[in-house]
Design a protein. Structure first.
Length: 495
């Protein structure tokens, strides 16, 4: 099944959302091995829901959430540009560098906006169908509701991570053709909605029995029952609470610690268990979606030079490294495992475009079937370290931090420095290298108020705080929302 990403919003028009929901139901989904309902329609799911249709739609929601996440024009590439984790230097698209690094950013493109709303709207349709379906037990219905609301919360979070203070639409059923467009909700309102959905989903999942009435993708292999999926739900809740505490100034650290205790966080089985979690699944099977962020030769998708270190003004010599050293004086294992060098005849040879260059090949993905992490154990341990430090538990924070330093980086454990700032700075460092190329650097630096510490390659470059709303969200409203204003960005540290 293929879908087309439109250049207009899914959020402000129920009609467009419904149309794309119908597209999602119209084809087969090879990844989840469900039947092909070529003649299915949205009306059938709403007016004559069956267990099979609910199952197909639920699996379609999983397919929808990964749409647009990887590739040269993806969510991942865009946030990596913003957070100075990577570039897309494809010679066929030279405009990406000035667009993402010079700006100003304006409300020209929909970007990933319709993809997220497509999944959210599909979730609403599934929830409506559950109210009328026959042939499903109450636990099966509750399990499905818990699944749907959790994934809707995840999609709202992805939206607000990209658009931040520009806000987002929460009323997806409002059709502007028939009246006024839905209001643009504030960042705080969106975060409140996310938390509400996650908590509602928790209640549903607790009543969801022992199994889902549909098959989840391989990326949920370790958390694919209502009880274990609830651990994923609580992991997302912990992440949201940490973001609300740092970004919005709300004191939700204890809530974050409670949710982490109910999540799949574990400190046993290290280092292997660091990768335990939930992932977007990809494959090269016919009809499925492959991971097009896999670029083994560094033809276009490359790492930002700052992950290695700081260069001289002529970009000919490395002045200082940014990674820490292991006890044997070799680089942090996360650098050597996730970054390689683009070599031509044995010589490091960069790709250059628009005044910037990189010779760092990204090795996070090892094939076109590599998954992309949604949230995993290593992230959770670092979130707990941050929450513990914020609540005065420096000893606990150091314990978590050292688990990551030793087991992920191969670094020596950090001794208690006697104050919090050095511990927090090491949390910043470890999140950078542990989660490299997973899309969190920009988000983290923004919520910590450290965007100005990101690197700018040229004096003309800026660090952008958020993406404005898509153009269609702006033109349908008068006056245009504040989130439609061009974003000029801030000045970063000269690389």
């Amino acid at each position: 099944m293929t879908t087309t990403t439109p250049k207009y919003s899914m959020g402000f028009t129920a009609r467009a959302a419904a149309a794309f929901t119908a597209v999602l139901l119209a084809g087969c989904m090879d990844l989840t091995n469900v039947p092909n309902y070529d003649n299915e329609s949205l009306a059938a799911l709403v007016n004559d829901p069956t267990p099979a249709r609910i199952s197909t739609a639920s699996q379609g929601m999983l397919r929808a959430i990964r749409s647009g996440m990887v590739g040269g024009f993806s969510v991942l590439t865009r946030v990596n540009f913003m957070g100075r984790e990577g570039y897309n230097l494809d010679p066929a698209t030279p405009g990406l560098v000035p667009e993402n690094m010079v700006g100003p950013l304006g409300p020209e493109s929909a970007n990933s906006w319709p993809d997220h709303y497509r999944a959210i709207k599909l979730g609403d349709v599934i929830l409506a169908g559950l109210n009328n379906v026959s042939g499903m037990t109450d636990p099966q219905k509750e399990a499905t509701r818990g699944f749907v609301k959790t994934m809707q919360a995840y999609q709202y979070h992805m939206l607000i991570l990209v658009h931040d203070q520009a806000g987002a639409v929460l009323q997806v059923d409002v059709d502007p053709i028939g009246g006024a467009a839905a209001p643009i909700a504030t960042r705080a309102e969106v975060y409140t909605k996310i938390t509400q959905l996650l908590d509602q989903a928790r209640t549903n999942l607790l009543a969801g029995g022992t199994a889902f009435p549909f098959t989840l993708t391989p990326g949920f292999a370790s958390l694919n029952t209502p009880a274990t999926f609830l651990q994923f739900n609580r992991a997302l809740r912990a992440r949201v609470d940490v973001h609300r505490s740092t970004l919005l100034g709300e004191a939700r650290w204890n809530e974050a610690l409670l949710a982490l205790g109910q999540s799949f966080l574990t400190t046993t089985g290290l280092p292997g268990s660091l990768t335990t979690g939930v992932y977007h699944s990809y494959s090269t099977a016919s009809g499925d979606l492959s991971n097009s962020s896999y670029d083994p030769t560094g033809r276009a998708l490359l790492g930002h030079p700052s992950i290695e270190g700081r260069w001289n003004s002529t970009r000919t010599a490395l002045v200082a490294t940014n990674y820490q050293l292991k006890p044997d004086a070799t680089p942090d294992a996360r650098f050597t495992s996730k970054v390689g060098f683009r070599l031509v005849s044995g010589v490091r040879t960069p790709v250059s475009q628009s005044g910037i260059s990189s010779d760092l090949i990204v090795r996070v993905f090892t094939s076109n079937s590599s998954p992309l992490a949604i949230i995993r154990n290593e992230d959770l341990i670092l979130l707990r370290a941050e929450a513990r430090l914020a609540t005065g538990d420096r000893t606990g924070a150091l314990a978590d931090l050292n688990l990551i330093r030793v087991n992920s980086g191969g670094l020596a454990a950090m001794a208690d420095p006697g104050s919090d700032p050095p511990v927090f700075d090491d949390i910043v460092y470890n999140r950078r290298y542990s989660l490299f190329y997973e899309g969190w650097r920009w988000v983290d630096m923004r919520r910590w108020g450290r965007l100005a510490q990101l690197e700018q390659d040229l004096t003309s470059h800026r660090i952008f705080r958020y993406n404005p709303l898509p153009l269609a969200e702006c033109t349908v409203r008068s006056p245009a929302p504040a989130g439609c204003a061009a974003e000029a960005g801030v000045t970063g540290i000269r690389q």
